[in-house]
Design a protein around this ligand. Structure first.
Ligand SMILES: [Zn+2]
Ligand SMILES: [Zn+2]
Length: 329
């Protein structure tokens, strides 16, 4: 099979992923073999490829937003079923977090396309209890970005404690935020978007944001909740400065440049909360995919062939993609 393989992390400009011929994986106990149809490209892949996340597997195939057809299945998931595979590729089921309904924080998780091979390949293996049958209304291209960008964005709204009708700020407007916005609109929230890049601001306006401004611009209204998507600590401080008392900032970033020093008295006192968003649970995935089908969520998508995976990641790094990038196989 053709697969994009990371031999050693390096700057994306040096094209560290190489498309090679590799033997297709063979089925293992408890895993399903999938023929990959499409795989979404995520900023986390960039952190893996450039080494900001330490390497965990040599000759890794990244990619964790997989849409695939089952080619070797089981009785409940037969051959031909179209499923999605997400970042959380498995948990131990035995640790304290798994026993307390927090499998996103499992002590021994498997991460698709990081600790196990992912979907930038013609075939992939996935744990049979970590695949999600996809509603027919979601086609391959538009389902792929939902599987990380969408689910993690949805989880961020849950972590921030968003309630119907509230004022919510989205700081950064890439793949995840542009999927969170229609979810918030379906909950009748006012959505304030601060982001860099004229194209991202135009997309946010086009999607009906209540207000759109620059990257570290404070929205004109006090926010109940804010979610930061940019990997920048300055943006986190701007988000905090926009909150009402008792409000919450949820940081949706697996890696931040740093957190700058900030004034506790004016920014955090008053029971404001700063929380990070880590991974996802299976119920986040199934609840979100159900909602996405109900509200006909359609990501804005830019398509790349597997041979241009380095270019797709470079475009994410430059912030030059509207919405999400998807590799089609
Ligand atoms: Zn991701
Ligand atoms: Zn666990």
């Amino acid at each position: 099979m053709k697969a994009a393989v990371l031999t050693a992390p390096a700057e994306i400009s040096s094209r560290p992923l190489r498309v090679l011929d590799r033997p297709a994986p063979t089925r293992e106990q408890g895993r399903l073999l999938l023929r990959v149809r499409a795989c979404g490209v995520c900023r986390t892949d960039l952190h893996i490829v450039e080494g900001e996340l330490p390497p965990r597997l040599s000759n890794l195939i990244p990619g964790h937003q997989i849409v695939g057809d089952i080619v070797q299945g089981n009785t409940s998931l037969p051959v031909g079923t179209r499923v999605g595979v997400c970042w959380l590729g498995g948990v131990d089921g035995t640790c304290w977090y798994c026993h307390h309904n927090m499998e996103n924080l499992c002590d021994s998780p498997a991460f698709t396309g990081y600790t196990v091979d992912g979907g930038y390949a013609e075939y992939a293996l996935a744990r049979e209890d970590f695949v999600f049958p996809l509603p027919q209304r979601l086609d391959d291209l538009h389902a792929a970005p939902l599987l990380c960008a969408g689910i993690i964005g949805f989880r961020s709204l849950r972590v921030a404690g968003v309630k119907a009708g509230e004022r919510v700020g989205l700081f950064g407007f890439g793949a995840s935020a542009h999927l969170a916005l229609p979810v918030l609109q379906s909950w009748k929230c006012e959505v304030y978007v601060s982001t860099r890049g004229q194209k991202h601001r135009l997309l946010a306006s086009h999607l009906g944001a209540t207000w759109v401004g620059g990257e570290t611009e404070k929205p004109p209204a006090t926010l109940d909740r804010a979610i930061t998507f940019a990997p920048s600590g300055d943006v986190v401080v701007t988000a905090l400065a926009s909150l009402r008392k008792g409000g919450v900032v949820a940081i949706n970033a697996i890696h931040l440049d740093r957190i700058p020093q900030f004034d506790y008295d004016s920014l955090l006192w008053g029971e404001r909360q700063l929380r990070s968003v880590a991974n996802m649970t299976r119920s986040d995935a199934s609840d979100f995919l159900k909602l996405a089908a109900e509200i006909s969520l359609r990501p804005q998508v830019t398509v790349f062939p597997l041979s241009e995976i380095n270019e797709a990641l470079a475009a994410i790094k430059r912030d030059s993609i509207d919405g999400a990038a998807v590799i089609v196989l």
